[in-house]
Design a protein around this ligand. Structure first.
Ligand SMILES: *Cc1c(COP(=O)(O)O)cnc(C)c1O
Length: 293
């Protein structure tokens, strides 16, 4: 298995543009069908660091449909490293975990109560020279990796960069890499995530004077919630633009982009780049009939 960063393209979105505002999407989802775009970028410098420290086992945390877990398993296999995933829940059986296992990951299940105390899990395993990556890849190395998403030709032509936010790590990287005339806008996929701006800020150099713009109106009820209106949007958007989206992150992102365009959030002349951050494998939590793709 390998990733091909050359597969990443910018796709103009005709149904999401007006006479005076152009929206396009950066398709990082195209690097691999299972290993989603932004997770590969967020992991790259963690793995470099683990290698530098000569750790050959990498451990992290996640849920049964975690994009982070399956990406970590895949990247470790490619790099000849062993991976251990601590999974939330008593036991787990999902296509995501089956893939992670097939990529050589050792899975350990932790019940929901104990999962809250990750530092205990880390302490219990501290005798084993493992390299730990925070859940979701949150951290400076994750943000620095995400910053490299913007290493694209023509990047200077965009006025706005739109992304989905979970932990805010990707957004921090994008803010860091953005040019002075660009504004980065993060769409939170969690409900009432009042700590998001602070989380993003904490991953930026203290002298950063860039504004952290986050929008909290498009979570559809909360993390991974997917009411019929969201599923309808996913099918409709696929019909219009042939862009598949995932129910946790990118469907909410593109929905938000459309609403923002219609409410004239973007000034005339704006050229908006929406980061398609992948995550499509997570749609396997739906029944087969729900999506047309
Ligand atoms: C994890 C993920 C995000 C959010 O990234 P954060 O750095 O945690 O904010 C966005 N999109 C997809 C597809 C993801 O898997």
């Amino acid at each position: 298995m390998s990733f091909d960063l050359k597969n990443i393209v910018v796709q103009p979105l005709n149904s999401l543009s007006s006479k005076s505002v152009q929206l396009s999407t950066l398709r990082t989802d195209l690097i691999h069908p299972v290993v989603s775009g932004n997770k590969w970028f967020k992991l790259r410098f963690y793995l470099e660091e683990a290698k530098r420290l000569k750790c050959n086992t990498i451990a992290s945390f996640g849920g049964a449909y975690s994009n982070h877990i399956v990406a970590l398993a895949a990247v470790c296999q490619m790099e000849g490293l062993h991976s251990v995933g601590f999974i939330r829940g008593e036991s787990g059986d999902s296509p995501t975990l089956a893939d992670a296992k097939a990529f050589g990951m050792t899975l350990q299940f932790i019940d929901r109560e104990n999962y809250k105390y990750k530092e205990v899990v880390i302490a219990e395993n501290s005798h084993l020279d493992w390299f730990w990556i925070p859940e979701g890849g949150f951290g400076l190395l994750g943000a620095n990796g995400a910053a490299t998403i913007l290493e694209q030709p023509q990047i200077a032509t965009y006025t706005h960069i739109l992304c989905a936010c979970g932990t805010g790590t990707m957004m921090a990287g994008l803010v860091k890499a953005s040019l002075p005339h660009q504004s980065v806008v993060g769409i939170s996929v969690l409900k009432n995530n009042s700590g998001l701006n602070h989380a993003v800020q904490s991953l930026l150099p203290p002298d950063t004077n860039k504004k952290i713009n986050t929008i909290h109106d498009y979570h559809f009820g909360g993390y991974a919630k997917h009411p019929p209106a969201l599923i309808d949007f996913m099918n409709d958007f696929y019909l219009r633009e042939k862009v598949p989206t995932d129910l946790v992150y990118t469907a909410k992102l593109f929905y938000a982009a459309e609403q923002l365009l219609q409410s004239r959030y973007f000034p005339d002349g704006s050229n908006v780049l929406i980061i398609h951050s992948g995550g499509l494998q997570g749609n396997r939590s739906l029944t087969n009939e729900a999506l047309m793709y």
